[in-house]
Design a protein around this ligand. Structure first.
Ligand code: ZN
Length: 97
């Protein structure tokens, strides 16, 4: 149970892509919906991290992700815990208005 859930992203900064979608920038951590902390245990509010529930963790991996343009650092602890490999059959999220 819960094993099939891809974590979302929490980041130290944000930018808006040409489609008007808020995207993570700076340092990124894995974050699971419904929690107030990152996978590595940082409290989101205390660490001033922004949540990106619409951005899957796999998309901010610099090597493989489509949304990693402004990502400067990937938390190694979150990467170890959440993994950085794209899933088979995963497609980019649909930017919605
Ligand atoms: Zn982390």
């Amino acid at each position: 149970m819960g094993r099939s859930t891809t974590p979302a992203v929490a980041a130290s900064g944000s930018w808006t892509d040409p489609d008007g979608v808020r995207m993570p920038a700076g340092e990124v951590h894995a974050w699971t919906h419904g929690t107030n902390q990152t996978v590595c245990g940082l409290a989101l509010s205390r660490a001033s991290l922004l949540r990106f529930p619409h951005v899957p963790w796999t998309e901010v991996q610099p090597a493989t992700g489509a949304d990693a343009d402004r990502v400067q650092r990937v938390c190694p602890r979150c990467q170890a815990a959440a993994g950085g490999r794209p899933r088979r059959g995963w497609t980019r999220h649909d930017p919605r208005p």
